[in-house]
Design a protein around this ligand. Structure first.
Ligand SMILES: Nc1ncnc2c1ncn2[C@@H]1O[C@H](COP(=O)(O)OP(=O)(O)OP(=O)(O)O)[C@@H](O)[C@H]1O
Length: 693
């Protein structure tokens, strides 16, 4: 017997009961909202600051209790065989739970809808015929425009029922992709759920091909962690890191839709450029050296090179007395501070106190009874200050990096045995730079400054950080992210085959080492929810070259999708053929993305405009009226469109400094389509795409 799908079309409507529960849940949510709005805080707050804080909390709560017409209150129901938590005694009564995006209770406090993140909801995602987790029946609901219109049942203990792919899941995967990314809370798959619910203490790394749900999983994991560890994470903070602004725009609605409004989003550049303005760029070879983990050691040496062994004693004059701390004693203090490997800035603060303490010991020996105030005064004594300046001077991180990049001798001394002479030459500025302000800092320089800042003073750590498209980070960037979760944990998401930076990740073990999370568990996702079978098979022809050893994604899409590869005879007919392909795609429902090598964008923009088509840029939200986006290949990562027209693959490959990176960029571009891909080319396709061997 197959699992059942019910449509609402009979008079003895089996949906009537469920619709009544939906209506009752809505009424209960309304009552919860009215209760929150009616809270009178005048009598309970002692002062206006407390009142303002409380009022803000109430406003947030009211906001979170909004009933959004297009997000159904519940999407599933679990019928337990026994009372949850009770011994599974014969005859014990089962319970029913409706699973939704948020918790709703009735006037008596009994649950009407259970938050998907609650432990009792977990079997909705994990229960199977092999392991029913005490669930007799799992029901999934289907909605059309906010109306409950269908449900689908699985009887998990009925061994005669055959397992089938859920039609509602299929419908969810096939739905047109207009607008920003949506949550997948109703259809999270068991292997995804394992990652979403893994514990806060441990870090997780997910390797997954295009469209396997890495981004979706990362965002749902944040929502889950905020639910399970709300107080701790509210204190320490969470952060989602994405590759660029347009990607962050694309994903920015997912967490608010799940009721989480507080999560910050940033690029790695955002994190490290608060202290210098980035106006310069690096040649790829220079950026590779600057992003190499050896630079961390160069910087460590460079900062420590400021520590000079004392040669003079310190003479402190107080009143009529003089106190002398000999040079060897100060040297002992310095050696002890160096051995403790504390932050350079902390040691700089500690040294005057140590010297002052030595003076105090002498005062006591001489019969005086100095207290803490005397010690502080001695620490501020000009002689002590002068000694500290000579021995352990303050270092300004950006000045340190400026000196490293502009003073060949200084760099040679610090990089000896770490960087070759050629590597040193590559990163040295060719023109003299006068000041931190006037320097044309690059993004990689900003990461070096960030590292130097951490050597001076420890970077504040958040509770949890998610890094998406992590494969593009350099070792030094991993370190920059790692220090932002040094006392917290991380979720690292990426695909080695999509690495398109010259320093992209070769192995997750190395990446996790640089991040400081070598103990992270590496998981793999292989089921693809975006790209149709035929299209992923075509793109996967590149895998043996771009990432040998990685398995191709297995598409779970049942609809075959469409792939069309069109050669154009004359180069000057290319633009028109591309515009025609866009027009063809736009006849279908949903969004169309025209992806092309960055250098081809101006020509295609002109061709579209000439043909009377307006278009969006990546990150701008597609709407029912505006469904065409012109996407430079360099910004395509992480995005998706119902239909993709790919212009001139050879130009996409040629747009990158080397062939492997070019083919990886092409792989990214080929894997953005949900329903159909049209490849249009005037020059021959890269041969790896042509052969099927
Ligand atoms: N369990 C699921 N149910 C429904 N849709 C899903 C599921 N998992 C992923 N998807 C959808 O598949 C698409 C691809 O997901 P996502 O962007 O998270 O993949 P990705 O692995 O990050 O891809 P890429 O490597 O290309 O960045 C999205 O539209 C997402 O909503």
């Amino acid at each position: 017997m197959p699992a059942h799908v019910h449509e609402s079309d009979t008079t003895t409507d089996p949906l009537a009961h469920e619709r009544a529960h939906l209506a009752a849940s809505r009424a209960a949510l309304r009552a919860m909202r009215e209760d929150a709005q009616a809270l009178d805080i005048r009598d309970v707050t002692a002062n206006w600051v407390n009142a303002a804080v409380l009022q803000a909390q109430i406003t947030d709560r009211v906001k979170s209790l909004a009933d959004l017409t297009h997000t159904p209150l519940f999407f599933g129901r679990l019928d337990y065989l026994h009372v949850v938590g009770a011994e599974k005694a014969e005859g014990a009564e089962g319970e029913q739970f409706y699973i939704g995006r948020r918790h709703v209770h009735d006037a008596g406090g009994d649950p009407m809808v259970i938050d998907w993140r609650a432990p009792v909801s977990q079997p909705f995602y994990r229960a199977s015929r092999n392991d029913p987790l005490d669930v007799g029946q799992r029901r999934r609901f289907g909605y059309t425009g906010g109306e409950l219109t269908a449900y689908e049942d699985e009887h998990l203990t009925d061994q005669t029922e055959t397992a089938q792919t859920s039609k509602l899941l299929q419908a969810e995967i096939e739905r047109p992709r207009v607008g920003p990314m949506r949550d997948i809370v109703a259809t999270i798959q068991p292997e995804q759920d394992e990652i979403v619910r893994s514990e806060l203490g441990g870090s997780v790394c997910v390797q997954g091909g295009p469209g396997t749900g890495k981004t979706a999983v990362g965002l749902h994991r944040v929502a889950y962690l905020l639910y399970a560890h709300r107080e701790r994470l509210a204190r320490t903070g969470t952060l989602v890191i994405g590759p660029n602004r347009s990607f962050l725009h694309y994903i920015e609605q997912v967490l608010p839709a799940l009721g989480e409004l507080e999560v910050k989003q940033a690029t790695v550049d955002d994190l490290v450029t608060s202290h210098v303005e980035v106006r310069g760029t690096d040649e790829a070879r220079a950026a590779v050296v600057k992003g190499d983990a050896r630079m961390a050691e160069v910087l460590r040496r460079a900062i420590r090179s400021h520590v000079t062994p004392p040669t003079e004693p310190v003479m402190v004059v107080r009143g009529s007395r003089r106190w002398r701390v000999p040079a060897y004693e100060i040297e002992e203090m310095v050696n002890e501070l160096l051995a403790r490997d504390m932050r350079y800035g902390a040691a700089h603060e500690a040294l005057p106190q140590r010297i002052a303490h030595a003076v105090l010991v002498r005062m006591e020996e001489a019969g005086e009874a100095p207290d803490d105030r005397v010690q502080n005064a001695v620490a501020r004594n000009p002689a002590v200050k002068a000694a500290v300046k000579a021995v352990w001077p303050a270092v300004e991180p950006s000045k340190l990096v400026l000196r490293l990049l502009s003073d060949p001798e200084f760099l040679a001394a610090q990089a000896d045995g770490l960087l070759t002479e050629d590597e040193q030459k590559l990163i040295l500025w060719t023109k003299p730079v006068r000041s931190v302000k006037s320097a044309r800092w690059s993004a990689a320089d900003a990461v070096l400054i960030d590292e130097a800042m951490d050597l001076v003073a420890r970077t504040h750590s958040l509770g949890h950080v998610v890094i998406d498209e992590a494969q593009d980070l350099s070792p030094m960037q991993y370190r920059a992210v790692g220090r932002r979760c040094s006392t917290g944990s991380a979720t690292v998401l990426g695909d080695l085959a999509q690495g398109t930076t010259p320093w992209s990740t070769q192995s997750w073990a190395q990446a996790l080492h640089h991040l400081g999370k070598s103990d992270a568990v590496v998981e793999e996702l292989t089921a693809g929810f975006r790209v149709p079978r035929e299209v992923i098979a075509y793109a996967s022809r590149l895998l043996p070259v771009i990432s040998p050893g990685l398995a191709a994604v297995e598409s779970v899409r049942e609809s075959p999708g469409s792939l069309s590869v069109r050669g154009v005879e004359a180069a000057d007919a290319l633009d028109a053929a591309v515009v025609a392909a866009c027009e063809e795609s736009l006849e279908q429902q949903g969004s169309t993305g025209l992806i092309a090598a960055d250098a081809r964008i101006p020509a295609l923009a002109a061709a579209l405009t000439a043909a009377g088509h307006s278009y969006l840029s990546p990150g701008q939200e597609t709407t029912a009226e505006s469904r065409l986006t012109l996407v430079p290949a360099s910004l395509a990562k992480g995005l998706e469109y119902d239909y993709v027209v790919l212009d001139e693959p050879a130009a996409v490959v040629d747009g990158e400094p080397d062939e492997r990176t070019g083919l990886r960029r092409l792989y990214v571009a080929l894997t953005r389509a949900v329903s159909g891909l049209i490849v249009v080319h005037a020059t021959p396709l890269p041969h790896q795409l042509r052969s099927t061997e």
